[in-house]
Design a protein around this ligand. Structure first.
Ligand SMILES: Cc1cc2nc3c(=O)[nH]c(=O)nc-3n(C[C@H](O)[C@H](O)[C@H](O)COP(=O)(O)OP(=O)(O)OC[C@H]3O[C@@H](n4cnc5c(N)ncnc54)[C@H](O)[C@@H]3O)c2cc1C
Length: 393
């Protein structure tokens, strides 16, 4: 089906927009997904080889979202017929008095997430000597980890959206959204001069969300685009098996001076992904494509935690990516409000940790557009009005 009248138009075909298009089309809504660049491009946040999925968070509101997402990842990959989610254990580690780790452990207890609290020698034993934490650190291990293949997952949602009747258009940049002059709904205008009409609109524009929302409504949402790097390090010859996916080696996160994260050896034989959660503020239109930040801390971490069996002198592969950060690093999932009331829904500011929850976020954004409420999961922590918003109008 292709026409210019839709039930829902989704702007931005990263993982959030593509997942939303899949959920909307599956519900039988006439769905249009618009992307400013080529589908599966590398200028946003959703491309690459691996993303971590985990349930361990210091905040309690993510647990039900991740648990629903596990189910929805399985369901979607069964529908498409290939695998995008690979199960692994997950390990969090930090100095034993780290406040984030203490909140995370407290959360595990309250939410009854089965976990093991490990000291240094127990970590070495459990992971065959591949990981070494200092004596005054602790680690928390649990079974709910894993890796998602990002580009493949976005392609999966787009394929399923198409199969369910959605219309997908790339190289179509949205420049404005207007309330219809007559009757309910919106008009979406593109840089190429096209106009599409819809009952509802969902904005999932990643690092461009701030610019688009400001152009459309005058509201300045506090989302900062940040350029960050994914780094791969060479495992010393003969030691690769200890780090391989399926060997028991976990996905991991490490709190302390810097937040370091990584995944088992999977996408590039002989290399392991270890990166730091951070980067440089950027203009998404004029990226620096620059080197990583906190490299000294990261090299020290690789040397210390992997006991010299991963070469810490330099990463051998670097991939650039973009975060869209909110001040508190919680998401923004809400109606845009103002003259648009509940006709425009915003899903943005996924702050470097949203990929794992893309299936449930797509489901919630669809429910917000369709019913005006998120259906079962509470989204209060993600309301836009937790921030003081400035408006030029
Ligand atoms: C290096 C890195 C590591 C990460 N690791 C993890 C992890 O381990 N686990 C995890 O859960 N999450 C992780 N994340 C976070 C996760 O990848 C993001 O939260 C998620 O990809 C955000 O998706 P998005 O759809 O909001 O943004 P994007 O992927 O950027 O998509 C937005 C899309 O909107 C399009 N667009 C923008 N403006 C317009 C317009 N005007 N018209 C049409 N189209 C437009 C853009 O071109 C873009 O394609 C990581 C992110 C990065 C960068």
């Amino acid at each position: 089906m292709e026409d210019s009248e839709f039930d829902v138009i989704i702007i931005g075909a990263g993982v959030m927009g593509s997942s939303t298009a899949y959920h909307a089309a599956k519900r039988g809504l006439r769905t249009l997904l618009l992307e400013q660049f080529d589908f599966l491009h590398h200028r946003g946040s959703s491309h690459g080889e691996s993303r971590t999925i985990r349930v361990t968070y210091p905040q309690h509101h993510y647990y039900p979202m991740v648990m629903e997402s596990y189910r929805l990842w399985e369901e979607a990959q069964a529908q498409v017929g290939y695998q995008v989610y690979f199960k692994a254990q997950h390990l969090d580690m930090s100095p034993s008095d780290d406040p984030i780790m203490l909140a995370l452990i407290d959360n595990c207890r309250k939410l009854r997430i089965p976990y093991q609290l490990l000291r240094r020698d127990e970590v070495a034993e459990k992971f065959s000597g591949s990981i070494d934490i200092p004596e005054d650190w602790v680690a928390v291990s649990n079974e709910h980890g894993g890796v998602i293949k990002p580009t493949k997952a976005v392609a999966m949602f787009q394929t399923l959206a198409l199969r369910n009747g959605a219309v997908l258009k790339d190289n179509t940049k949205v420049v404005d959204i207007k309330k219809k002059k007559q009757g309910p709904g919106v008009e979406v205008l593109t840089a190429g001069g096209k106009k599409f009409s819809s009952k509802k609109c969902v904005v999932t524009a990643g690092g461009w969300a701030k610019k688009l929302v400001k152009a459309v409504s005058g509201v300045e949402v506090p989302i900062k685009a940040v350029e960050t790097n994914v780094l791969y390090w060479r495992i010393k010859e003969g030691q690769e098996g200890k780090f391989a996916m399926g060997s028991g080696f976990p996905t991991f996160g490490s709190f302390g001076k810097v937040y370091v994260y990584g995944t088992p050896m999977m996408e590039f034989p002989g290399l392991i992904k270890v990166a730091v959660h951070g980067g440089r503020g950027c203009d998404p239109e004029k990226r620096e494509w620059g080197p990583g930040v906190m490299m000294d801390e990261l090299k020290e971490w690789v040397e210390g935690r992997f006991k010299g069996i991963v070469d810490s002198s330099e990463p051998v592969l670097r991939q650039s990516c973009m975060y869209s950060m909110t001040p508190d690093e919680d998401f923004i999932i809400d109606f845009l409000g103002g003259e648009f009331a509940k006709d425009v829904v915003l899903g943005a500011g996924f702050s470097g940790h949203g990929f794992k929850m893309a299936p449930v976020i797509g489901r919630i954004l669809t429910d917000l557009a369709l019913h005006g409420d998120p259906q079962s999961l509470h989204i209060q922590p993600f309301h836009i009005h937790r921030f003081t918003l400035t408006s030029k109008f």
